[in-house]
Design a protein around this ligand. Structure first.
Ligand SMILES: Cc1ncc(COP(=O)(O)O)c(C=O)c1O
Length: 379
């Protein structure tokens, strides 16, 4: 949490970007040096960033790419997943998880979540067919999917696991970080994520040297060297300018996450005696080896839509992640899921509300938000 601001705030914004990047002379100094060097494509700074990211995320290798979406697509492509294959993922995820799977030409197979927000491990086996090649669990809102169970199921059925860890950098289960359970994990540095750059960027992590090699080929046209193309690939290199920003912010990630956890604990205590607010069953907060990082502070709320309107009327920028489940989106109707196919995802879409939880919120801002919510329920 940030130091106390003077007086009572009358509004609470969602995004901390303005404060986060208020004092960035260091970044501009390095950008000036980058421009002078003209080392713009997969240069020194990208390698430096990748080393720092791998150390922070707890992986052997980190490969910078153009977006979080590509950080999911590229490992699937590296595994040879394509038309005729199926990839299982969580029904309550963000558009990009489905988009990344679809880009490989494979079929998206949704499985409902449980009240932790993670894919329900009890439902995965029923979705496995002879065409299933991989499971893409999603670590949503800063928590962890149940990786102990998911990796056991995958192993039993000979499936690969590629984690969508875009929202959960530094979350851990049993002491093991998000992104490091499967053959690869994808992270996003989009402006709304735990660490963010000045545009789009993503990172793949892996401990597997062949996955590392394939991802490096695939992000750069499949080029083995300047003149030899080993496989068909893409242009999704991490931009050097974003790598400079990435270095600056990844160095601060532990503080960012500590601030988020502190804000979440403040909310938890304040909502404990509000019966209309139910805290989710959080997986990654049950012991010292477990850590949720609260990209969003999400709760279940009675009369959610009215509460949302009340928050907005009082200049509290609450949000819903996400109000329309993917399987009901026009773009994915062709998958053929009938309404009601994912009842827990549907229930969440009706009842969840997200509040900001970041290191720049002052105690006064948190307390103002809490007062607005408590006031709505007459508490
Ligand atoms: C769960 C999830 N997966 C994937 C992505 C894709 O990341 P990007 O926007 O960097 O492509 C995001 C965020 O945007 C996300 O929240």
């Amino acid at each position: 949490m940030a130091a106390e601001t003077e007086g009572q705030p009358m509004q609470v914004r969602y995004s901390p970007l303005e404060q986060q990047f208020a004092d960035v002379d260091e970044i501009f100094d390095e950008l000036r040096a980058l421009v002078r060097s003209t080392d713009f494509t997969l240069g020194k700074v990208v390698g430096e960033f990748e080393e720092m990211f791998a150390a922070a995320a707890g992986s052997k290798y980190a490969i910078g790419v153009g977006s979080g979406t590509d950080a999911l697509k590229i490992p699937l492509k590296a595994l040879g997943i394509g038309p005729g294959d199926e990839v299982i993922t969580a029904a309550n995820t963000f558009y990009a998880t489905a988009g990344a799977i679809a880009e490989t030409g494979s079929r998206i197979v949704f499985v409902d979540c449980d009240d932790t927000f993670g894919i329900d491990p009890d439902l995965i086996e029923a979705a496995i067919t002879p065409r299933t090649k991989a499971i893409m669990p999603v670590h949503l809102a800063g928590d962890m999917a149940n990786m102990t169970r998911i990796t056991a199921i995958a192993e039993e059925h000979g499936l690969s696991v590629v984690e969508d860890a875009c929202q959960s950098l530094l979350a851990t289960e049993a002491g093991r970080p998000a992104g490091t359970w499967g053959i690869a994990g994808g992270f996003s540095m989009h402006p709304l994520k735990i660490i963010n750059v000045w545009g789009d960027a993503g990172v793949i992590v892996t401990d597997d040297p062949e996955m590392d090699r394939m991802c490096r080929l695939l992000r750069n046209h499949g080029l083995r060297n300047r003149d030899e193309m080993e496989i068909l690939g893409y242009n999704t290199r991490l931009d050097s300018v974003q790598a400079v920003v990435g270095k600056w912010i990844v160095a601060r990630v532990e503080d960012i996450v500590a601030g988020r956890i502190e804000a979440a604990e403040h909310y938890d205590a304040a909502f404990a005696d509000v019966p209309e607010i139910t805290l989710p069953v959080r997986r990654a907060t049950k012991g010292p080896e477990e850590r949720a990082v609260y990209l969003n502070y999400v709760v279940y709320a009675e009369r959610r839509d009215e509460l949302l309107a009340h928050c907005h009327a009082h200049k509290v920028d609450a949000k819903v992640h996400y109000p329309i489940p993917l399987y009901k989106q026009d773009a994915l109707r062709h998958l053929g899921y009938p309404d009601g196919a994912f009842p827990v995802t549907d229930r969440h879409a009706q009842t969840i509300i997200s509040f900001p939880a970041d290191q720049h919120l002052s105690t006064a801002e948190l307390d103002y938000l809490i007062g607005v919510v408590r006031g709505f329920y007459g508490r």
